[in-house]
Ligand binder design. Structure first.
Ligand SMILES: Nc1ncnc2c1ncn2[C@@H]1O[C@H](COP(=O)(O)OP(=O)(O)OP(=O)(O)O)[C@@H](O)[C@H]1O
Ligand SMILES: [Mg+2]
Length: 493
């Protein structure tokens, strides 16, 4: 007689438990004899007694007689399915008519049947297989649960990242209370909903990147990709391959086909930064994409349709470039379906204090500092400075200040870079070239008074001399400073 080794759980676990239910004690004994050396056997002579055992024990396999007084085998196994759906179920049958058994098998309620009288070896093999199935089902359920959990985690992470990206590039992250910026926001909002090509222009560091991304993430393409390419950074052929892709062998070093950014951005947005730097050949190819929505990879004879929204940016005066023949006029007009000109920081000085605080918060957070703000004098210098590098220069200045700060609560003038420390308001208040930023007469007069007082004290070196110069009594100067919120720190040079 062949030795058949039973199914066993991992080395130190208990052997599997098998529940046998039959009204004939002799059958129970003989099954116990056949299987008892390999497994833990529980026996019952009625279905009811069997269910009680099932409630207590972790049973892997249930074997039931088909015909019993009271609860029949089929009924009993049905209850087992409800109570312990994972268990494997087998039926003992002595009948020639198998229709009930076959139905139970087909309906998935039992795994297989054992015909009486049985051959012990065959029974052992069947039981072993059944328990292997039990183990696999368990493993499967565990893996499926782990996978479902991992998927859920990934999904949650994706949702979080998407929200983060959307938040980071949302309109709210763009600071701008000035009328000029409010007009920029209005156009951005309108254009975000459309597929219109947008040309964003402005000096370096004015926020062209930020605006392009915000338009993408505020619009219907937000779920698709935003890809950016700096057109000034690469020689023509490389740029062409980046944007349009290439076929294998298109040029030396093209070892495999490569997808271009236009294809990668399909359904989304492509941001062509520094478009003014492109060469004439590239300008022709871009014109073709704008006209026909088609691209052709380098070395390929076939064109492909793409659905990509284009946002371009430039810090040049592209209109002038086109007029003077350095940029294709037809491409210029295709690009500037909507043009958003971001004003330089000098043209919107009233945004400077809010921007400074915004960057201070960010720098504090990043560097674990808790500087509360700026002295009035420091803000004055910021407002007065020329900022040829615009918002980026302001951001860098504040980062630098925070990085070098000791334990100060406020950023004072002495902490600023040399060139900014010495900034003087450009022109006088009556200079008609400065746009009027404050239309309220009283507020405007206060601003002028503040400026006059600060200048007078700084230049003359004392309040008494300043008062003389301003033609007012010293006490009035003192009172006026208090009302205008000017401190000694503000008026110190
Ligand atoms: N209105 C704003 N509010 C908040 N942050 C701003 C604003 N404008 C610009 N920034 C920040 O200033 C920095 C420069 O902005 P950005 O890179 O968008 O400028 P740019 O116009 O694309 O510059 P360049 O011409 O050099 O490419 C970025 O860190 C950006 O987040
Ligand atoms: Mg940029």
């Amino acid at each position: 007689m062949a030795e058949i080794e039973g199914a066993r759980r991992e080395s130190n676990a208990q052997p599997y438990a098998i529940l046998v239910v039959d009204d004939e004690e002799a059958i129970l004994e003989s099954l116990e004899l056949t299987l008892g050396t390999e497994y833990r056997i529980f026996t019952a002579t009625t279905g009811e007694a069997g269910l009680e055992i099932l409630a207590r024990e972790e049973v892997a396999l249930v074997i039931a007689d088909q015909v019993m007084p009271g609860m029949s085998g089929v009924e009993f196994l049905e209850r087992v399915v409800e109570k312990n759906p994972r268990s494997i179920r087998m039926m003992l049958t002595g009948y020639a008519d198998m229709s009930a058994v076959v139905r139970a098998i087909n309906e998935g309620r039992i795994y297989r049947y054992i015909q009486k009288p049985w051959e012990p070896d065959e029974l052992r093999v069947n039981v072993k297989r059944a328990l292997e199935a039990y183990e696999l089902i368990g493993e499967n359920a565990q893996l499926a649960a782990a996978l479902a959990e991992a998927n859920e985690q990934l999904r949650a992470e994706n949702r979080y990242l998407r929200r983060e990206v959307e938040r980071r590039y949302s309109f709210e992250e763009i600071i701008g209370e000035s009328n000029a910026m409010q007009r920029v926001f209005e156009v951005m909002e309108k254009v975000a909903e459309t597929d219109a090509t947008v040309l964003v222009s402005g000096e370096t560091g004015t926020g062209k990147d930020l605006v392009a991304r915000a338009i993408h993430y505020a619009g219907p393409r937000t779920e698709r990709r935003f890809v950016a390419q700096n057109c000034g950074a690469l020689p023509d052929t490389l740029l062409e391959s980046e944007l349009f892709g290439h076929k294998r062998g298109a040029f030396t070093g093209a070892h495999a086909d490569k997808k271009g950014l236009f294809e990668i951005a399909d359904g989304g947005t492509i941001f062509l930064d520094e478009i003014g730097e492109t060469e004439p050949g590239m300008q022709v190819r871009l014109l073709r994409v704008l006209q026909d929505g088609e691209i052709r990879p380098l070395g390929s004879s076939e064109t492909r349709k793409v659905d990509v929204r284009i946002i371009a940016a430039t810090n040049r005066d592209l209109h002038k470039e086109a007029e003077e023949g350095r940029f294709r006029e037809d491409l210029y007009y295709r690009l500037r379906v909507v043009e958003i000109r971001i004003p330089s920081l000098r043209e919107r000085r009233q945004d400077i204090p809010a921007l400074a605080h915004h960057f201070l918060d960010k720098a504090n957070q990043r560097m674990g500092r808790s500087i509360k703000g700026f002295t009035n004098a420091a803000v004055d210098r910021f407002v007065a400075y020329h900022w040829s590098g615009n918002v980026r220069e302001l951001e860098n200045e504040i980062e630098r200040t925070v990085a070098l700060a000791g334990g100060e609560e406020l950023v004072g003038v002495d902490m600023l870079s040399e060139h900014i420390r010495g900034a003087q308001p450009e022109g006088s208040a009556a200079d008609s070239s400065e746009p009027i930023v404050e239309w309220n007469m009283n507020a405007a007069v206060d601003t002028l008074k503040r400026r006059l007082i600060v200048e007078a004290i700084r230049e003359s070196g004392s309040k008494t001399r300043a008062a003389e110069r301003l033609g007012i009594p010293r006490q009035s100067l003192q009172k006026m400073m208090k009302r205008l919120g000017l401190t000694d720190d503000d008026v110190s040079a």
